[in-house]
Design a protein around this ligand. Sequence first.
Ligand code: C2E
Ligand code: CA
Ligand code: CA
Length: 454
Amino acid sequence: MISTPLDIAENGQFHIQTRQAVLAARHSSKLVGLVVIDFDGSEPAFPGSATQSNDAREGAFALVANSLRDSDALCRITGTETAVLLSSLGNSKDARLVVEKILQKIEQPLSLEGHTVNLKPQCGVALFPHHATSAVTLLECAYSALNAARRNKERYVLFSKEFGSSRRPPLRLSELRQAIVEDQLFLLYQPKIDLRNNRIIGLEVLTRWRHPDYGLIMPDEFIPLAERTGLIVPLTLWVLKHAILQCRSWLDRGINLNTAVNLSMWNLETPELPEQIAGLLGIANVPASQLELEITESAIMDDPQRAMRTLKAIRELGVRFTIDDFGTGYSSLSHLKKLPVSSIKIDKSFTQNMECDNDSAVIVRAIIDLGHNLGLKVVAEGVETIETKDLLTKFECDEAQGYYFARPVTAADITRLMGKSNKSSETHAKAEQDPPLLALENARFIPIGPKPHI
Ligand code: C2E
Ligand code: CA
Ligand code: CA
């Protein structure tokens, strides 16, 4: 993947519209254009406050929306990046004209409460079928073009095949270190659903990196670097801090959702971790029962005795553990029995195949029974279809998570979904600054969680 944008598939409705436009274009002589706009572009620093910068981007978003035809579509990707789908273009000149029109509108000085803001947006443009073969590769090409615009300090760049081979250089340790210090990381939250009543029961925190030059980078690319270099320790603390602050903000609004943070092997080798978690929970006044930690079997098995000491100390605080990616590691059942964990999460490689592959269905059923016999709750991840959900319900799986219910979304989306979307309080405004994605518009679960206990 080039420069790894937020997966287009994480923006449900927009993704469907892009696919439909691509399908229609296959049978016509029309082109589909995808434009990724970075509103902050070449000048990320605003003269005003964070609220003013958000207002400016909102204003620009509205201007773009107003300049589109009915058949076009618009989707926020991150706080500053927006994708525009131009569903039926005659030729590449048309694409350039539309982009010029959009840029001219949003480059006009914006007046905000007596303050004038000049946005310096940048765009990347790609066309189907000239540059890409599918909706997903079309977005990758548009991002690649945006990266070229950033590198060359241009207002917009149309994708060129030669960008395809110039993938971005490997991520550097110093860049990731800077990302943690400068808050370039941000968190998305994916709902976990109680299969007995279809209610949202908790969230998994998934980290993203908004790189100043390359745009959005997914965790599969930077977590391994963090793990190789030990940076995973400060990175996890950053994630824990922001997730716990977000929990506080939700509790203040009467929203009570367990929040699960992923830990790596290195974290279990850090003797200070229990104390650090206790400190963060204490400062935010969040009950330990609100926090869950996900840890893979292999991370525990690397040094089971040391892992056990850390796990026990954290468990004593009241924080619960889930074994992640269950079924993929070399699970020693005798160890599993001794671990202070309260649930296991079946790896998505099993759930994703269970409808059509009887072996996977048998494994899933066996894991559910095993978990229950050990007194553990069983969660299934990677649930993408109603058939998988129905089968899991039949097998009496307790909880599920996956694109079928909801994709990972921003904290603001969760707040909105839970129907308590008050204005952000001053203290927690930072945690909520990302604007909502469109992905929860058709969420397939009931947005009612357990009653708050604080
Ligand atoms: P994971 O813990 O197994 O997280 C689940 C991954 O599956 C997420 O990918 C999520 O977006 C994706 N997913 C959720 N539902 C579905 C579905 O229905 N179908 C499919 N195909 N995928 C689904 P993501 O966000 O790219 O995260 C990848 C991995 O990166 C995570 O896997 C986790 O191991 C790691 N990671 C993410 N954030 C952190 C973090 O803050 N700390 C650590 N240590 N690891 C993290
Ligand atoms: Ca996980
Ligand atoms: Ca997993």
